[in-house]
Every structure is written in structure tokens, then in C-alpha cells.
Design a protein around this ligand. Structure first.
Ligand code: SF4
Length: 370
């Protein structure tokens, strides 16, 4: 049996009203409110799990967090950072390995893009933070009483907007709010900071002002690769963003109440490419184009037109957008597909493309019941 095969429940995936707006996901919410409301339901995680790059990013983030919080100590800080990294990696890979949907990602060393490079950079940054912590006796304490505080929860006084800030440091000129990123911080055209990251930091600035009555002096992104980058801002634009975020919170929750949140979905290749809810998103399925066209993901849904049996594989032909898409399925690892017949519905996500233009269900693909 294909252990990634899942039941769509006729797409009845439960959405949830948002408790608050989180600055770290607000940019995504603006692109697709439906995704935000599905993500808010922790009981039903996305049918497609986050990939190896995101998994690695999450562990690296934990490593930096530990360093900033002063949890990495010892006579040889580099070695201590390495030990902490191994401990975090072991724990995370154990969880991934125990889930049939993610077991193929282990070891991340072989599946996560630029693993060695990112690790090297992260160890360097973690050592830097740990060294600073030792020399300044910094740590996780309230802003204003220490050189910095890590993973500080910030929320507006009405609790409508809030989230955890990676780093708040008190510098000679004033307060700096910083966020570290394991991926690229620029849009494709080098030099323009990703809109979602700017919005995130500006919202934190507004929340900080709301909670402490003081505007931060600096907003800064700390990438793994390249120099820290300041995000210019004005108090006025941050305050406007905060007001808009609160309006969005009311608007989105109203849509959930009225059962109209599905209508707010906004499918596009850019918006949906990494969304784990693609299999159960009706609007996505309606908008999806032939794999690869204009950047749409390698996903196919449609009726099976023919089956070609070979020794260890089955070639499934699917009619999709007026084109016949050929998908190869390995009988041993995806046995149920051997019983497919013409007229059956087929839906597969994250397929691999072959050089001859056919597609293949590989270990990272998710095959979904219609
Ligand atoms: S697949 Fe696209 S449209 Fe659907 S929830 Fe995800 S991001 Fe939104």
C-alpha cells in the first residue's frame, strides 16, 4: 500500500478562525487567507508535509535560538555548538523517520539542498551568539534590562496581533528588532527585500510600540548567507500596517463564520507552489495547469484513460486540461495503483519529471484519494 495515500474527506478539511494575526505569517495570509485558516487548525496538519529544506531550516533556527538564549556553553564553543546541533538533528530526524510521509527525508544530509554549507554558516553564527552571550552575560530577560533578549513574545495590548521575535537587542542608539532567516531574504531581483519579511518586521515594530510606548530604532534581517540587512521604516507606515492587520483578522474570521473562506483562496503558481494544502484545495485544483506550465507545480488530477503494465511498473495515462499526461508508478512501493483502471480518478502531487517528458511517482510524491 502506498503509505502516502490519503483520504480527502471530500475536501472537508476543517478550517479554523484565527486567534490573532502573527507577523511571521501575515504576508502569507494576505496572499491566501484560506491557507492561513487551514494552518490554524493544528489538529489537521497539511496533507503534504514541509520538505527537507524547511525541515533543515527549522533545526538551524533552533540551534541559533539555543545560542542566543545562552544554552550553549563550554570551554570550546565551536565544539559545544556542534554537539547541540547533533542533538537537535538526531531528535528531529527521529520524528521524521517515524512518520511514513517524511521518512524518505532522513538523513537530511542527503535530501536538504546546501546542507553542509548551511550547517557551516549556522555553526559560525551560533558560536558568535554564544560568545557574545558569554562576554556580555546576556540572556532571555525583559527588553531594556539586558543587551538582548531572544524569542521574546510580543503582542498588542488587545492581543489581536502577536508573535515571537527572534532577537531584541538594546543598542547605544536604541532598540533593534532582528530576525534570522535560513533562506534568501531578497526577492529574485537582488537587492529588494522580500515583502513578507519587511511586513513581518514592521508589524513587530508597531507591536513593540503598542506594548512599550517606544519605537525601535532598527529593524534587521540576519541571513545565513550575506550581511545583515536593515529594513527602513517609519512609525506611521508600521502603525497603518497594524491597523490593516486587525481589519484583516476581523474580515477573515467573518468569512470563516459565514462558511465563505474557501472563496477567498487565491491560487497561482507563486502562491501555491509550497502550500501543503494543494490536494484538498478545490480552487487550486480548478486553477491548476499542466505541470510546469507557467511555473505550476508538478501535480496532476484527472481521469485515468489507460493503464500500461510492465514488470515492476505501471504507466498511468491521465487526461488533464486536454492533454494526456503519462505517469509512471512503481508497483512495489505504490502497489494500489496497480489496480487502477480506465475511468478512475487519479491525483498526485510533487511528481518527478523524466527527461522524455513523462512523470513519475517518487518517494516525495503524495498520491491522494479523490
Ligand atoms: S493551494 Fe493555493 S489557493 Fe489553495 S490554500 Fe494553498 S495557497 Fe491557497
Amino acid at each position: 500500500m502506498n503509505n502516502k495515500r490519503q483520504d480527502s474527506g471530500q475536501y472537508g478539511w476543517p478550517t479554523k478562525k484565527l486567534e490573532r494575526i502573527s507577523p511571521s505569517t501575515y504576508g502569507e495570509l494576505l496572499k491566501c487567507p484560506l491557507k492561513a485558516c487551514w494552518s490554524a487548525n493544528r489538529q489537521r496538519p497539511a496533507p503534504i508535509p514541509a520538505g527537507p529544506i524547511a525541515q533543515l531550516g527549522s533545526i538551524l533556527h533552533q540551534l541559533l535560538e539555543a545560542a542566543v538564549k545562552g544554552k550553549i556553553k563550554g570551554p570550546d564553543l565551536r565544539q559545544a555548538c556542534g554537539s547541540k546541533w547533533k542533538e537537535l538533528l538526531r531528535g528531529h530526524e527521529c520524528i521524521l523517520g517515524n512518520d511514513p510521509r517524511t521518512a524518505w527525508m532522513v538523513p537530511l544530509e542527503f535530501t536538504a539542498f546546501r546542507f553542509a554549507e548551511k550547517l557551516e554558516r549556522s555553526l559560525g553564527k551560533a558560536e558568535e551568539f554564544a560568545r557574545f552571550n558569554e562576554s556580555s552575560a546576556g540572556g532571555a530577560v525583559a527588553p531594556g534590562t539586558s543587551p538582548w533578549s531572544a524569542e521574546q513574545w510580543l503582542e498588542t495590548t488587545d492581543k489581536q496581533v502577536g508573535g515571537k521575535v527572534d532577537l531584541i537587542s538594546r543598542e547605544p542608539e536604541g532598540v533593534a528588532i532582528k530576525d534570522y532567516k535560513s533562506g534568501a531574504i531578497y526577492e529574485t531581483d537582488e537587492g529588494t527585500i522580500k515583502g513578507a519579511y519587511s511586513i513581518q518586521l514592521k508589524l513587530y515594530a508597531a507591536i513593540y510600540h503598542d506594548a512599550h510606548g517606544e519605537w525601535p530604532k532598527f529593524l534587521e534581517l540576519i541571513p545565513l548567507f550575506g550581511q545583515p540587512q536593515q529594513v527602513p521604516f517609519t512609525g506611521q507606515e508600521c502603525a497603518t500596517l497594524l491597523t490593516e492587520a486587525k481589519v484583516q483578522l476581523v474580515r477573515v474570521n467573518l468569512l470563516v463564520d459565514k462558511g465563505e473562506i474557501q472563496d477567498a483562496a487565491n491560487p497561482s503558481p507563486e502562491c501555491c507552489r509550497y502550500c501543503g494544502f494543494r490536494p484538498i484545495c478545490g480552487k487550486y485544483r480548478d486553477a491548476l495547469q499542466v505541470p510546469g506550465t507557467d511555473g505550476w507545480p508538478y501535480d496532476v488530477t484527472g481521469a485515468v484513460t489507460s493503464i500500461l503494465e510492465q514488470q515492476s511498473r505501471v504507466q498511468v495515462s491521465v487526461e488533464f486540461r486536454g492533454t494526456t499526461v503519462k505517469i509512471w508508478v512503481n508497483k512495489a512501493s505504490h502497489g494500489q495503483k496497480a489496480s487502477l483502471k480506465a475511468g478512475d480518478q487519479f491525483a498526485a502531487f510533487d511528481l518527478a519529471r523524466r527527461v522524455n517528458g513523462d512523470y513519475e511517482v517518487w518517494k516525495g510524491s503524495v498520491v491522494f484519494e479523490n
